[in-house]
Design a protein around this ligand. Structure first.
Ligand SMILES: [Mg+2]
Length: 359
C-alpha cells in the first residue's frame, strides 16, 4: 500500500485578517445614527419586489438570523426593522485598498482572499518583529486608528489554521493557534468549519459518520483519497493540522463561477431553471464579495453521457445582477436545444471581470 509522508511545516508565521461585517461597518462609520442598529447591505425588498441578496449585515442584524447570501426578502421577514442599504461599492473598494496598504507596511507576502480578507506571511517581515501576535495587534490598531473599522485576526503556522483562528472570536478577536494546540482545537471543530469543505462534501462526510475533526482522524488516508481524490489527501492532513500551501501574492481573479453536480439527473426544464437560479444567486453573492462585475457569462452543462458543453455570451455592459445572470443563463441553456438528455452538472461563470464602481 502506498504511504504518503506527513510533513508538517511549523516554521512559518501566518496571519489571517478578516474585517468585521465590512460593508455594514463602513456604512455605520460614515453615518453614526446607524450605530447599534440592524444594518443590512442589500436592496430594500420593499422597493425591489423582493429581489436581491444580502451581501453583509451588522452583528445586530445577525442576532435576528440574517446572514450574507440570504435573499433580502427572507432578511426582511426575519428582521422587518432592519435598515436596508444598497451597497456603495466604489467606497468599499477604496477602503479595501487602504486596508491593503496597511498590510504592505509589514510584509509583501499578502494574499487577498476578497476585498476584506487576506493572509499575510510575516515569518520575515519589514519591521523585524519576531512575534506574529504582536504584528497582528499592530495591524488591528492601524485599522482602527486609520480606518475606524475593526478586524479579527488569526495567527498560526499555516493558512488553514490562521483562518480557523480568525473565525473563533469575532468581532475584534485575536486568536493564536500554536502547533501544540492544533490537535485539540481541530478535534472539536465541526466538519463544516473546516475551511475548504463545501456543502456537498459535508453531506458525504456526515454520511461516513464524520461530524467533527476527531471523527476525521478515524478515517484511513486511502479511504479519503478514494472518496474525494486530491481533496481527501488534503483533508487527511488538515485533520492533523498540516497544510503547507504558501501565501500566494498577486492573485488576480479572472473569473467567478459556481457549479454543482447532481446525483439525481435533471430532466425537467423547471428543475434546471431552479438550479440555475440558485447558481446565479451564489455567483452574484461571490461577485459582490469580490467587488467585481463581469461582462461574459459562461454556462457549463454535462449530460448523462458525460459530454460537456460550455457556451458563452458577452454583454454590452458588465453585470453582477442575479436576475440578469439568471435570465441570460436560461437563454443560453435554451439555445443548447437539448431537452431530455439528463443533466449531470450545471455551472455558471462570469469572466471578463471589472472592478465594480458606483451603484
Ligand atoms: Mg469579513
Amino acid at each position: 500500500m502506498l504511504i504518503f509522508p506527513l510533513i508538517n511545516d511549523i516554521s512559518r508565521k501566518i496571519i489571517h485578517i478578516d474585517m468585521d461585517a465590512f460593508f455594514a461597518a463602513i456604512e455605520v462609520r460614515d453615518n453614526p445614527s446607524l450605530r447599534g442598529k440592524p444594518v443590512i447591505i442589500a436592496r430594500d425588498p420593499r422597493q425591489s419586489g423582493g429581489r436581491g441578496v444580502v451581501s453583509t449585515c451588522s452583528y445586530e442584524a445577525r442576532e435576528f438570523g440574517v446572514h450574507s447570501a440570504m435573499s433580502s426578502k427572507e432578511a426582511y421577514e426575519r428582521c422587518p426593522q432592519g435598515i436596508f442599504i444598497s451597497g456603495h461599492y466604489d467606497k468599499y473598494l477604496k477602503v479595501g485598498q487602504e486596508l491593503r496598504e496597511i498590510f504592505f507596511r509589514y510584509t509583501d507576502l499578502v494574499e487577498p482572499m476578497s476585498i476584506d480578507e487576506a493572509y499575510l506571511d510575516v515569518t520575515e517581515n519589514k519591521l523585524g518583529i519576531s512575534s506574529a501576535v504582536k504584528i497582528a495587534k499592530l495591524i488591528q490598531y492601524d485599522i482602527w486608528n486609520e480606518l475606524k473599522l475593526t478586524a479579527s485576526a488569526g495567527v498560526s503556522y499555516n493558512k488553514f489554521l490562521a483562518k480557523i483562528a480568525s473565525d473563533m472570536e469575532k468581532p475584534c478577536g485575536l486568536t493564536l493557534i500554536r502547533p501544540d494546540d492544533a490537535a485539540s482545537i481541530l478535534s472539536e471543530l465541526p466538519i463544516e468549519k473546516f475551511y475548504g469543505v463545501g456543502k456537498k462534501s459535508v453531506e458525504r462526510l456526515h454520511g461516513m459518520g464524520v461530524f467533527k475533526g476527531s471523527d476525521l482522524l478515524e478515517i484511513p488516508e486511502m479511504t479519503l483519497i478514494d472518496k474525494f481524490g486530491r481533496f481527501g489527501f488534503d483533508l487527511y492532513r488538515k485533520a492533523r493540522g498540516i497544510s503547507n500551501s504558501p501565501v500566494k501574492t498577486h492573485r488576480i481573479r479572472k473569473s467567478v463561477g459556481k457549479e454543482r453536480t447532481y446525483g439525481k439527473l435533471l430532466y425537467r426544464l423547471e428543475d434546471v431553471n431552479k438550479e440555475l437560479s440558485s447558481l446565479a444567486q451564489r455567483v452574484a453573492v461571490s461577485l459582490d464579495k469580490h467587488g467585481k462585475v463581469g461582462r461574459t457569462i459562461v454556462i457549463k452543462v454535462r449530460y448523462a453521457d458525460f459530454t460537456t458543453l460550455t457556451k458563452r455570451r458577452t454583454l454590452d455592459f458588465p453585470t453582477a445582477d442575479q436576475e440578469e445572470i439568471l435570465r441570460i443563463s436560461e437563454e443560453i441553456f435554451d439555445s443548447l436545444g437539448e431537452t431530455n438528455k439528463g443533466v449531470r452538472l450545471l455551472g455558471i461563470t462570469l469572466t471578463n471581470l471589472e472592478d465594480k464602481v458606483g451603484e
